[in-house]
Design a protein around this ligand. Structure first.
Ligand code: PMV
Length: 331
């Protein structure tokens, strides 16, 4: 069963869990699902867990032991979750996964959201003759592999809503479809270094920051403002709330123990230059960074030419262009 998905870029960030083992976030979050790069996952029943993964050029990627354990744990959690929604033993006892990623390895774009949303969609496809899972249920399965993967199940602008303490109590809710607001994401990746601390580890450290409790208390207000901005296509409002939330998440990261600083001198320089450029030229563009130095520049059609030429003038940076996309699909 073949599924395709893409990453998403968070506008209200998910950082910190109420339950790390279940990847149950402490607060709601919101993102724009991207149209590219894609990841394709084929899942077939098998006697034992078997995973092969291919790079963009088709060469086989050697998976680390920890990666294999993560897929195994994810599969076990999906079975556990399906039992809670009255579908026990619908998934086979093991699967063979084949993962083909079009995410350039050096782009610094978290591919785990694309991978686990595609895996969840492929699992839903495997059992669809017996059970028609809803998008919400498939998004729970995606979340169990990577929290942010939950949101890539829906296209356009997608919220992850957290409603309780149970395994199924955080799921996607589409705020608006891809054709509601055709935004661009011009992605500038200044660093090819693999990050030292992955986000799974980072979520567990978030509560050690003295800014964390305040951040969690502020999220409902920011989430509501972000939803309003999207529904009204109010770019200025979106920019204000998305940048506030991004900078606040990076403050939480920096003040955790140990301190996590994902941003580099290049990130700060790009942010400063974008700030100047948009003030001088009145450009509808906003910046946001996830757990890495890569800068996402979200903009409307009015700003895209200027932002594209700014991005292309960056030396020693990889540039990738994407748009708002349709979300995970069976193909
Ligand atoms: O899905 P994870 O566990 O890789 O966490 C994603 C965290 C951020 O990308 C920093 C924020 C987000 O909401 O996507």
């Amino acid at each position: 069963m073949l599924a395709r998905s893409t990453p998403n870029i968070a506008l209200i960030k998910y950082w910190g869990n109420r339950n790390d083992a279940l990847r149950l976030p402490a607060a709601d979050s919101l993102s724009m699902t991207l149209s590219s790069p894609t990841v394709e996952v084929d899942a077939e029943p098998s006697d034992t867990l078997h995973i092969v993964s291919y790079e963009t050029d088709g060469t086989e990627k050697r998976l680390k032991e920890a990666d294999i354990r993560r897929f195994a744990r994810h599969f076990a959690l999906c079975r556990e979750y399906l039992a809670t929604v009255e579908h026990p033993d619908t998934l086979p006892s093991a699967v063979a996964l084949s993962i083909r990623s079009q995410v350039p390895p050096a782009i610094g774009l978290a591919s785990s959201a694309a991978v686990f949303s595609a895996v969840a969609m492929a699992y839903a496809g495997l059992i669809r003759d017996r059970v028609a899972l809803t998008a919400e249920q498939i998004s729970v399965m995606a979340r169990l592999g990577s929290g942010s993967a939950c949101r890539s199940i829906a296209g356009g602008f997608a919220a992850m809503r957290v409603t309780g303490e149970g395994i199924g109590d955080a799921f996607v809710e589409q705020i608006a479809s891809a054709d509601h607001w055709p935004l661009h994401d011009i992605i500038i990746a200044p660093s090819e270094r693999e990050k030292e601390h992955g986000s799974t580890e980072g979520h567990a450290l978030a509560p050690t920051s003295r800014l964390y409790t305040r951040r969690i208390a502020d999220i409902p207000r920011r989430q509501a403002e972000c939803i309003d901005a999207i529904l009204q296509r109010d770019f200025q409002k979106l920019q204000t709330v998305a940048e506030e939330d991004c900078l606040n998440m990076h403050d939480v990261m920096r003040t955790s123990t140990p301190s996590l600083d994902y941003l580099t001198a290049d990130t700060h320089r790009i942010v400063r230059e974008i700030d100047t450029l948009r003030r001088e030229q009145h450009l509808p563009v906003l910046y946001t960074m996830d757990a890495g130095p890569t800068v996402h520049l979200l903009c409307t059609d009015d700003a895209v030419d200027a932002i594209r030429s700014y991005a292309r003038s960056q030396k020693q940076c990889l540039v990738f262009e994407s748009r708002v996309g349709p979300g995970a699909k069976l193909i």
